[in-house]
Design a protein. Structure first.
Length: 63
């Protein structure tokens, strides 16, 4: 019984690792703050976002 549970745990961890590597939900953006303008600019796609805190999602316009 403990071996079955260990195999199940290992299988779940492998699945989660695989999903993390293959998902499209990862963020490629690298946000840089421009304090003089009061906005954040993405070095990857060029998107701009006003605010004090770093954005957590990509604001890239669809092509």
């Amino acid at each position: 019984m403990p071996i079955l549970l260990l195999l199940l745990l290992l299988g779940c961890l492998c699945y989660l690792y695989w999903r993390r590597q293959t998902t499209t939900l990862t963020r490629n953006c690298r946000w840089r703050q421009e304090r003089s303008l009061g906005l954040w600019r993405c070095a990857f796609c060029g998107a701009e976002e006003p605010g004090e805190t770093c954005p957590r999602t990509c604001r890239r316009l669809p092509s």
